[in-house]
Design a binder for this molecule. Structure first.
Ligand SMILES: [Zn+2]
Length: 122
């Protein structure tokens, strides 16, 4: 096709039709481009703030990947750590231990979960 093919697009900012010079154009004008950029930045900021609030409310749900990797590297895990890896609540894991489904070694009053034992559960 020729280079001066005209592409009719809808501006993502003002939703008006416009003739795009590039296939990547999203807006009809510089003004709209700037407004769209600001809007996107604001959306990103709101998204971040929401995640931060959620992490504060339910830190157990939003465990950071690094934390998971750190636990995976351990040979012995606490009940809480093992529960994170298995994606269950500590209470559920404790029940599984009592029911004989999961093996744990007791270190005093605390449970210790060996890496090899957790592997079997997947
Ligand atoms: Zn526009």
């Amino acid at each position: 096709m020729s280079n001066n093919m005209r592409i009719v697009k809808i501006c993502e900012c003002c939703t008006q039709e416009f003739i795009a010079r590039k296939t990547t154009s999203q807006t009809c004008s510089d003004r709209c481009a700037k407004r769209l950029y600001k809007l996107r930045q604001r959306e990103k900021a709101i998204g971040r703030a929401e995640i931060e609030t959620m992490v504060k409310r339910r830190p157990d749900v939003f465990i950071k990947e690094e934390q998971i990797r750190a636990i995976q590297a351990k040979e012995r895990r606490t009940l809480k750590e093992a529960a994170i890896l298995l994606n269950v609540t500590p209470l559920t894991l404790r029940r599984s231990v009592l029911g004989g489904k999961v093996r744990s070694e007791k270190a005093g009053k605390k449970h210790a979960f060996l890496r090899k034992d957790l592997m079997k559960i997947g």
